[in-house]
Design a protein around this ligand. Structure first.
Ligand code: HEC
Length: 171
């Protein structure tokens, strides 16, 4: 489903951004380390990460989002570790925490960030949370490593696709 190309010399143009916005089931995301020919040193602008759609945010909004992102990463690690230990209770608990985010009152910094994001952002964030709901369900109702990992692979596509699409810039 994903086609990861590392160190291709081909220019990427907006492949990553377009792919990120495409239907999640059909995306091809290319990670390119160097876009220029080998003899020409790549400039920062040649990198695919710098061709993503910019969301202008305050420093506080950016810090809030990046803090949440690190919590996502910790959750992935916690789930991977729990899967390895066949600790499906921890899988369900961790996945539910992400799935249920936003159901309680949101802090002002989150609401102000949400007022700035394009609708495409939600095309990744909503399925991400719903997908973690599926992970929790699998861990509770059909707890096998395979069932949990199939749902994890599906929801983590949204991490990859959103990262290929957006970057956050603060003053
Ligand atoms: C809706 C969009 C979206 C989704 C979904 C998403 N991210 Fe992110 N993430 C971002 C953006 C935007 C950045 C900042 C990138 C930049 O500005 O260069 C980011 C940054 C990060 C960072 C870097 C944090 C730092 O300290 O700099 C981590 C780690 C991360 N995300 C993990 C994840 C994981 C793991 C998932 C999935 C479970 C995920 N993200 C899902 C949009 C998203």
């Amino acid at each position: 489903m994903f086609n990861f190309k590392t160190k291709s010399w081909l220019p990427t143009t907006a492949t990553a951004a377009v792919a990120g916005l495409a239907a999640i089931s059909a995306i091809t995301v290319s990670f390119i380390s160097y876009a220029a020919a080998p003899t020409t040193p790549a400039t920062a602008a040649d990198y695919a990460v710098n061709k993503r759609m910019v969301i202008n945010a305050t420093a506080e909004e950016q810090a809030h989002v990046l803090t949440e992102m690190n919590e996502f990463l910790v959750a992935l690690h916690t789930i991977n570790t729990a899967v390895a230990n066949k600790d499906f209770e921890t899988v369900a608990k961790t996945a539910s925490t992400i799935a249920n985010h936003g159901k309680t009152e949101k802090p002002a910094v989150e609401l102000s960030f949400e007022s700035k994001i394009p609708s495409e952002w939600k095309a990744f964030s909503r399925p991400l949370r719903q997908g973690f709901g599926e992970v929790a369900k699998a861990a509770k109702q059909a707890p096998t490593i395979e069932n949990v990992m199939v749902t994890m692979a599906k929801t983590t596509q949204n991490c990859v696709a959103c990262h290929a699409t957006f970057k956050i810039v603060s003053p």
